[in-house]
Design a protein around this ligand. Structure first.
Ligand code: HEM
Length: 454
């Protein structure tokens, strides 16, 4: 097994000194961070051990290795959330074992496919608000930041569909505060390496302020006007678990933390996917036309009905291909509880294991012409031939994303509705560059101008 040693500055920065994100930053703070990781993975045949002072990080990028960690020996690998605790609290995404199972059970019904019909009108209503906003942008011709736009949309969808509330906060402000915290490049040590001429210190005070804003959001949402007093919402399920006398672990703090989890994990990822898909479509106008043609064929001039959503197959394939090229969660991190042997590669208890979804999604071993935007890869016949676990936008195994199917419906509806009325024109440099934080963001954002179709 080849050994890699990465030097890092020991200075204290945002997040925790021992944080894996902190330690990966020398790799990530590159012009093309994903290419660096892909080249390393290629050189070391899918297993890159990085030896640090007290422990080891092992980067994995073979589907069979991902299967071992996420599925067949999943109980040996616990979730890694150091540094992100202030964002997620003790929500289920961060916990393991029997408690995780117990906390997830009462929430699972909110993500059963039969609930999606219930959510459908609220998703459409959030898209309507977005269209009204875009009509204004089209008339002024101003340049907008697409991730801000799609993040607002995703947040409004979660508030309306899952919580039965209007979105009672300013998402641009709130999410920029969250980003202040989750952007690993804000680490002081990394900034010191930036040769931009100016050093802006991130103080403890800034972090505390960012987190104060974030922590106030669940109460703000709960206190907002109830939309329709629906019985079957995720928030109702969370409240019922809190009220259950046989479930003392599910206290009020748990409800608050679960809401924070949905407001971040359930919005930024969906928003990045939609924003990256609009970027890709701006570079592939023929695919944009195909989405419009599909919408016309399925819905005519009317808005989609719930029973038509499954027929918007090409649109969904565009979203799937976007998540292949730009997986919002590009790295899945676990800690080995005990020793393991992954096809001859020794993993020691305490090793931090990082599954590089991005690298697998771009590997010529598993994808023909991997850098090409080709939604047809996800046509059912071709998708069947895919190597299992080579595509992991939602992870796999029991800890897979609870909201994966919902996000694809959200984004299918958003693409169809937005593109039938508007052409979003990308106004940034091509190709757009990646900024790898906890999520896969566009470097410097994705500026767009909106044109309304006549
Ligand atoms: C394109 C959109 C999305 C992507 C790419 C995505 C991706 C992921 C991934 C990769 C994980 C597993 C992380 C890990 O194992 O370390 C995850 C977990 C999770 N996601 Fe998503 N997600 C998306 C949308 C959503 C939505 C819409 C919701 C809910 C409204 C959601 C809620 C969650 C929750 C609660 C978990 C934790 C599940 C558990 O630990 O039991 N996600 N997501």
């Amino acid at each position: 097994m080849a050994d890699m040693t990465v030097a890092y500055s020991p200075s204290h920065g945002l997040g925790e000194e021992q944080s894996i994100w902190f330690k990966l930053t020398p790799l990530l703070n590159q012009e093309n961070p994903m290419q660096v990781l892909a080249a390393l993975s290629d050189k070391y045949a899918g297993v890159v051990p990085i030896n640090l002072k007290n422990h080891r990080i092992v980067l994995l990028s073979e589907p069979a290795y991902a299967e071992r960690v996420l599925v067949t020996n999943a109980d040996n690998y616990t979730k890694y959330f150091d540094g992100l605790r202030p964002i997620f609290g003790k929500s289920m995404i961060t916990i393991d074992g029997a408690l995780w199972q117990k906390i997830r059970a009462p929430q699972q019904p909110a993500f059963h496919p039969h609930m999606f019909e219930e959510y459908f009108p609220y998703l459409m209503s959030a898209i309507d608000s977005k269209m009204a906003r875009w009509a204004k942008f089209a008339s002024t011709g101003e340049t907008i930041e697409m991730v801000e736009e799609t993040w607002t949309l995703a947040a409004e969808m979660v508030c309306k569909a899952l919580f039965d509330r209007e979105m009672p906060f300013n998402p641009h402000f709130v999410f920029s505060q969250v980003k202040t915290y989750t952007d690993v490049m804000n680490h002081k040590s990394i900034r010191l390496k930036n040769v931009r001429g100016e050093l802006v210190e991130m103080t403890g005070e800034d972090t505390a302020k960012a987190m104060e804003v974030w922590h106030s959001i669940p109460d703000t949402v709960m206190g907002a006007g109830i939309l329709e007093h629906r019985d079957k919402t995720l928030l109702k399920m969370l409240e019922a678990a809190e009220a259950d006398p046989n479930f003392p672990e599910f206290d009020h703090r748990q409800v608050i933390d679960e809401m924070k989890q949905y407001l971040w994990a359930g919005t930024e990822t969906t928003a990045l996917t939609l924003a990256w898909s609009l970027y890709l479509l701006s570079q592939h106008p023929e695919a944009m036309e195909r989405i419009r043609a599909e919408a016309r064929a399925v819905c005519g001039d009317a808005d989609p009905e719930w029973n038509q959503v499954q027929q918007l197959t090409y649109t969904k394939m565009v979203i799937q291909e976007t998540m292949r090229l730009f997986p919002p969660i590009w790295a899945l991190i676990r800690i080995a509880a005990g020793d393991d042997d992954i096809q001859g590669h020794k993993i020691k208890a305490g090793d931090k294991v990082v599954i590089l979804a991005y690298v697998m999604h771009h590997s010529p071993k598993y994808w023909t012409d991997p850098e090409k935007f080709d939604p047809e890869r996800f046509a059912p016949e071709r998708a069947k031939k895919r190597v299992k676990y080579s595509y992991l936008p939602f992870a796999a195994g029991k800890r897979a994303c609870i909201g994966g199917a919902l996000s694809q419906i959200e984004n299918t509806l958003a693409l169809v509705q937005l593109l039938r009325r508007f052409t979003p024109e990308y106004a940034g440099p091509v190709p757009a560059k990646i900024h790898a934080t906890v999520t896969l963001c566009p470097k410097g954002g994705l500026p767009f101008r909106i044109r309304e179709l006549s």
